[in-house]
Design a protein around this ligand. Structure first.
Ligand code: SF4
Ligand code: SF4
Length: 86
């Protein structure tokens, strides 16, 4: 479902954070992507940006930790600051 939604709705090229020459995965241990429920408005922009099926948005956004590669594309697109990496 996420893939079909993404193909239909992705707003152009989605930027990525880069934290090294050979990879885009942040290096800091012990931090992960988290959602601040009070700030999430369920817009699904994050879902459109994620290439790894690591998000579910049903009212509020939830992160599927096992799938998340820490690329932080979703974080760049969230318009409310509801996604944090800490
Ligand atoms: S950090 Fe990357 S893999 Fe993880 S949920 Fe966000 S876009 Fe998907
Ligand atoms: S982009 Fe931000 S506000 Fe929108 S659903 Fe995702 S976490 Fe919530």
């Amino acid at each position: 479902m996420a893939e079909a939604f993404r193909k239909k709705a992705t707003p152009g090229k989605v930027p990525e954070l880069v934290s090294g020459l050979a990879h885009d995965r942040p290096i800091t241990d012990g931090v992960k992507l988290q959602v601040i429920d009070e700030l999430c408005v369920g817009c699904s922009y994050c879902l459109m940006a994620c290439k790894d099926d690591a998000l579910i948005v049903e009212g509020l956004c939830e992160v599927i930790d096992e799938n998340c590669t820490d690329c932080l594309r979703c974080l760049l697109w969230c318009p409310t600051g509801a996604l944090v990496y800490s």
